[in-house]
Design a protein around this ligand. Structure first.
Ligand SMILES: Cc1cc2nc3c(=O)[nH]c(=O)nc-3n(C[C@H](O)[C@H](O)[C@H](O)COP(=O)(O)OP(=O)(O)OC[C@H]3O[C@@H](n4cnc5c(N)ncnc54)[C@H](O)[C@@H]3O)c2cc1C
Length: 466
């Protein structure tokens, strides 16, 4: 059961640097007050739920749409992420080709590229000041093993018909001009990524949806979702269509316990960085950055001149538990700080002002999905791994089209209707996920030490996407 939250509004500031830097007071929305009847009920006010509600209201202003949120809009990963609005998709292109064919893979890839621009276009149109800056994405190759991986990615991209305008290999000098990091031998660069302020996007999107008539109820937890009905802590909502948009939190919903695992990603934000140090770091056009290690790291330079930087590697918690204390992991946060300083040694004495984290959702086959079952009126989207900022927009557009019965290009994409098999029961799930995490950490450490390709790398490649 999902209890209603008693979190005081001000405490949400501590969710992330992004929440803390939202301008003005945090406005709360009313909770549901008794039973309600609507056309569409959406559970979860993160990007998935909000984009779905937004596009529903935009395409059919007469529809009655309600969003039910246990905490506050943007409370989940949407208000805490790294702000990479990228065309990345958690399932590899090679796997998509195997599953659906080359044409289907290409259609999805092209739509994801358009989606990065769509987020920026809606933000501009709706006056959402989310610091959208399309500076592309630089994936540094630091060490021989990473450089080899970069070459392989280019080879694979070319075999799929992806040209240099979409993904190119930079030499050490070109890469160093974009990001003044240590040990850089080269980089992959794609223009299809924007950096954003995640909480500004989530909160602005909630307001944009409301302006179009969507009703958002906060402090309202869904306890049960079934065809035509959502039972909440504040009343029952009857609806022709019900959408589950709880992503990394879905394991807490009855009947969904093994659909996705909540997987913690943790972040830090530095204090504002002096201008001369920023000059050395680069990232002048808002490029997002990472390197090509196995355990994903990610960062961006914020509008107020900090680095917001995160990484995976925090343990998976037995039974898919989600608890506020998991957002703070002293050891992992220190590891992330050290990794940042190792990347940019100029930051040696920099202060860290914010440390946070949150759960993202991973399906057993590492395959995001979106779908709507017309027979039951139940819709869902999620399992984005850690590539959900742009993909949620595509999910929301797709759900809106599916629910209103419109046949559009997006409703014919290969990920629509995909169902992943459930995760193993415990303790197998806990053992498997944490063993894989440790193996990736070992592979990264051994690569750093030896500068050679790790033998473990190939074996673990299925767990490095996203
Ligand atoms: C630290 C971190 C860094 C990340 N970095 C990136 C990045 O740089 N780029 C990228 O593309 N992706 C990134 N991601 C992933 C991305 O943030 C997510 O994929 C995306 O935000 C998912 O949005 P969502 O709306 O589906 O889920 P969420 O934003 O998690 O929203 C789910 C909502 O459901 C609510 N909810 C849960 N249970 C209930 C209930 N019973 N009743 C009512 N409401 C409920 C929650 O309170 C929450 O608000 C990151 C994730 C994390 C955690």
């Amino acid at each position: 059961m999902a209890p209603a939250s008693a979190t005081p509004l001000g405490a949400y500031r501590r969710l992330s640097y992004w929440f803390d830097s939202l301008p003005g007071p945090l406005e709360s929305r009313p909770a549901l007050d008794g039973d309600l009847e609507v056309d569409v009920a959406v559970v979860g006010a993160g990007y998935t739920g909000l984009w779905t509600a937004y596009y529903l209201a935009r395409s059919d202003p007469g529809l009655k749409v309600a969003v039910l949120e246990r905490e506050t809009s943007g409370f989940g990963a949407s208000g805490r992420n790294g702000g990479w609005c990228s065309a990345m998709f958690a399932t590899s292109s090679a796997k998509l080709v195997r599953l659906y064919g080359a044409k289907a893979e290409e259609s999805l890839r092209n739509e994801l590229v358009r989606t990065v621009d769509e987020v920026g276009a809606v933000a501009a149109e709706e006056g959402i000041d989310c610091h959208y800056r399309k500076g592309g994405q630089v994936m540094l190759a630091r060490g021989a093993a990473q450089l080899l991986r970069a070459h392989r990615e280019i080879e694979e991209a070319r075999s799929l018909g992806i040209g240099a305008e979409d993904l190119r290999l930079l030499n050490a000098t070109e890469a160093g001009e974009l990001a003044g990091a240590s040990r850089v031998l080269g980089a992959l660069y794609t223009p299809h990524c924007a950096s954003i302020h995640p909480a500004r996007l989530a909160r602005g999107l909630a307001e944009a949806a409301e302006r179009r008539g969507v009703r958002i109820f906060e402090q309202t937890a869904a306890l049960e979702m079934s065809p035509g009905r959502v039972v909440t802590t504040r009343g029952t909502v009857r609806a022709g269509a019900v959408v589950r948009a709880t992503e990394g939190f879905s394991a807490g919903m009855p009947g969904a316990h093994r659909d996705v695992i909540p997987f913690y990603s943790l972040m830090i934000a530095t204090e504002p960085i002096a201008a001369d140090m920023l000059e050395e770091i680069g990232l002048r056009s808002g490029e997002t950055f990472a390197d090509l290690r196995h355990l994903v790291i990610y960062g961006q330079r914020t509008a107020d001149g900090r680095l917001a930087f995160g990484g995976r590697g925090a343990p998976y918690h037995f039974g898919s538990r989600i608890e506020p204390r998991f957002d703070a992991d002293r050891r992992m946060h220190e590891h992330i700080r050290k990794t940042l300083v190792e990347l940019f040694p100029v930051l040696g004495g920099i202060g860290v002002t914010h440390r946070w984290g949150g759960p993202l959702g991973i399906a057993r086959d590492w395959h995001p999905s979106v779908g709507f079952d017309r027979a039951t009126g139940l819709g869902w989207a999620g399992g984005y791994v850690g590539d959900g900022v742009a993909v949620t927009n595509l999910a929301g557009r797709t759900l809106a089209a599916l629910i209103t019965g419109r046949d559009e290009d997006c409703t014919r994409l290969c990920w629509v209707g995909h169902r992943s098999r459930p995760w193993e029961p415990e303790p197998l799930r806990w053992i498997g996920v944490n063993t894989a995490l440790q193996a990736m950490a070992v592979a990264d450490r051994s690569e750093t030490r030896s500068g050679k390709e790790s033998r473990l790398a190939g074996a673990m490649s299925g767990l490095t996407g996203g």
